[in-house]
Every structure is written in structure tokens, then in C-alpha cells.
Design a protein around this ligand. Structure first.
Ligand code: A3D
Length: 320
């Protein structure tokens, strides 16, 4: 049986890291696509030469022509520009919307059966636009944000509690922006919810609130340190977890920016929600119960995503 084909649209910081992880995990053969000439070819060759040392069997190829992504099983999209210090994700909207148009058309023409994971910011609006431009089924186009935001939350919690990151689960829902919704009630250490851990004296409510805020600001903290771009190791690892769930039909329950129609009181929009990812793509949106405070935070986040989608429609009249 042929190896799966993984097309990485955008061969920058995240794209290169995605290629490395996909090869090391032997998820399939990798095509790195970019408009910059030489960059995808150079990265593909460099990574291929790590193969004998790492001991993986995966072919890596760089490309500037969409024909090279033909028949891809998975496309992971990072094409566009990242933030610089002082910029919000929303500042990227105009330029990255144009990029989503060309990427969507390239996928539509060459890889219409792929499972597509969008990473380009502002995430919730870009995944919506990418779906519109590509015309692929909604369940086959999804955005990566919740896995990363939850991983940041899990990391901070594991350090706070002095326990293994493996035993910390966390859920961050809503849009991938300042209004994201870290759900403490649904986040646990080996099944013990965070509010119970506050009662048990493992931490204080103030410290937990500070961790929640640091999670919300997690991307900006790294942009402020790097100064030349945004995070790329953890974003790449997060998208690879989603790609693996699809390719291996794992039925993982992961928070993703998915198309939500008739769940969470929403109809027909992309936003971060718990999903089941398997061979069918987004096989289910898990409609969890939110209390009044959580619902209010989620609603605020939804409104902010809706505002960005309207801004996209204002820029490109072909968007429905
Ligand atoms: P960067 O290293 O600049 O790579 C982007 C690549 O896209 C560059 O190599 C460009 O040449 C290429 N590119 C630009 N226009 C096109 C085009 N039309 N077609 C194909 N390729 C093109 O950025 P990065 O890899 O650090 O980040 C990529 C995106 O991910 C940015 O929009 C970031 O804001 C976003 N990002 C999202 C998250 C989420 O959690 C959602 C996290 C981190 C970064």
C-alpha cells in the first residue's frame, strides 16, 4: 500500500517543523509547497538528509507548483504571514485572506479529497475562508488552535502542580484570540477537576486565574521573546496530532476550530469546540454543557469571530 501523501502549504517556520515531525513519525511522504523559490526545496533536501541518521522512511520534496500536491491525503496550511511584536492576530486578516484564496483554489484543483488543517491566523476566520475558497466538505476542513492553546494550559498547570504533563488534561474552546475560553471545570489532573484542586489547596484561585490569563496571552508571550515571528514548535506538534488522528482513524477527542451547525446554539460558523477526529475528518462536534459564566465567555468569543468573518466578506465580495 502506498504511503499517505502529506502536503504542507507554506514552508516557513511551522511548515519546516511539520515536515520534520511528519517524517520522524513516518506519517507519510511529504511535499513542502511555498511561493518562495528554493526554500521548500532546500528544507526538503536538508530534512531528507536527516533520514539516515533518524532512521525514517519518508520521501520529502520541495515544490512551487500546486500540481505537486496532487492527490494529497492531508494538507496542512501555514501559508501567509505571522505576527510581529505589537501586532494582534487580527492585524493579519487582509494579507492572509488573499493567501487563503490562492491556497483554497490550489487545493480544490489538486487535492479535493484531502483532510485540510488550517493554521494561518487569524485562525477561525481563515479556516472559514479557506473552506469557502476550496469548496471542500465542511468536515474535511478544520482549524488548529484548541490543541495548542490546551497544550499551553497543560504545560503551565503541570509546572504549577509539579505533576507530569501526561496527567494534565485541559480544554480551551472558543476563538483563537484574546477571548479564548480556557474551561477550568473540564480541565483535570488525572480526572480531578481544577476547582477541586483549588479546594484541596494545590493552588489558589488567584494563581489559577493568572495561569488562565497566561494561556490566553501564550502566543503573544512567545512573539515578544522571539521578536521576528511567532511560535512554531508547539503549533506544528499540535497540527501533527490532528493529522495523525485522521490518518490512523484514531477517533481522538480534540478541541479544534470546526464547522458548528446546530450545536452550542450556533448555526453555520467555525469556532473552537470539542470534536472527534477520525477517518471521516470531523466526525462529531461534542456539544458539552456550559454554565452561565462559561457560556458568556464563549458567546463573547463567538461574537469576535463573527466580526472577523464579516470583515473578510467586506474585503472579498466572492465570499458568501
Ligand atoms: P513563516 O515562517 O513566515 O512562514 C509562512 C510561509 O508562507 C513563508 O515561507 C511564505 O513564503 C509562505 N507564503 C506566503 N504567501 C504564500 C502563498 N500565497 N502561498 C504559499 N506560501 C505562501 O510563518 P510561520 O510558519 O511562523 O506561521 C505561519 C502562520 O501560522 C502565520 O499566519 C501565523 O500567524 C500562524 N500561526 C498560527 C498559530 C495557531 O495556533 C493558529 C500558531 C502560530 C502561528
Amino acid at each position: 500500500m502506498a504511503r499517505p501523501k502529506i502536503a504542507l502549504i507554506g514552508a516557513g517556520q511551522i511548515g519546516g517543523t511539520l515536515a520534520h515531525l511528519a517524517a520522524i513519525k513516518e506519517l507519510g511522504d511529504v511535499v513542502l509547497f511555498d511561493i518562495a523559490e528554493g526554500i521548500p526545496q532546500g528544507k526538503a533536501l536538508d530534512l531528507a538528509q536527516s533520514g539516515p541518521v533518524e532512521g525514517f522512511d519518508a520521501a520529502l520534496k520541495g515544490a512551487n507548483d500546486y500540481a505537486d500536491i496532487s492527490g494529497a491525503d492531508v494538507c496542512i496550511v501555514t501559508a501567509g504571514v505571522p505576527r510581529k511584536p505589537g501586532m494582534s492576530r487580527d492585524d493579519l486578516l487582509g494579507i492572509n485572506l488573499k493567501v487563503m484564496k490562492s491556497v483554497g483554489e490550489g487545493i480544490k484543483a489538486n487535492a479535493p479529497d484531502a483532510f485540510v488543517i488550517c493554521i494561518t491566523n487569524p485562525l477561525d476566520a481563515m479556516v472559514w475562508a479557506l473552506r469557502e475558497f476550496s469548496g471542500l466538505p465542511h468536515e474535511k476542513v478544520v482549524g488548529m488552535a484548541g490543541v495548542l492553546d490546551s497544550a499551553r494550559f497543560r504545560h503551565f498547570l503541570s509546572v504549577e502542580f509539579g505533576v507530569s504533563m501526561r496527567d494534565v488534561t485541559a480544554f480551551v474552546l472558543g476563538g483563537h484570540g484574546d477571548t479564548m475560553v480556557p474551561l477550568t471545570r473540564y480541565s483535570t489532573v488525572a480526572g480531578i477537576p481544577l476547582p477541586d484542586l483549588v479546594d484541596m489547596g494545590w493552588t489558589t484561585q488567584d494563581r489559577l486565574d493568572a495561569i488562565v490569563q497566561r494561556t490566553r496571552d501564550g502566543g503573544a508571550e512567545i512573539v515578544g521573546l522571539l521578536k521576528t515571528g511567532s511560535a512554531f514548535y508547539a503549533p506544528a506538534a499540535s497540527a501533527i496530532e490532528m493529522a495523525e488522528a485522521y490518518l490512523k482513524d484514531q477517533k481522538r477527542l480534540l478541541p479544534c476550530a470546526a464547522y458548528v451547525d446546530s450545536a452550542f446554539g450556533l448555526s453555520g460558523m467555525y469556532v473552537g469546540v470539542p470534536t472527534i477526529l477520525g477517518a471521516g475528518g470531523v466526525e462529531r462536534v461534542v456539544d458539552i454543557k456550559l454554565n452561565n459564566a462559561e457560556q458568556a465567555m464563549f458567546n463573547k468569543s463567538v461574537e469576535s469571530v463573527k466580526g472577523l468573518v464579516e470583515a473578510c466578506r467586506g474585503i472579498d465580495s466572492s465570499l458568501g
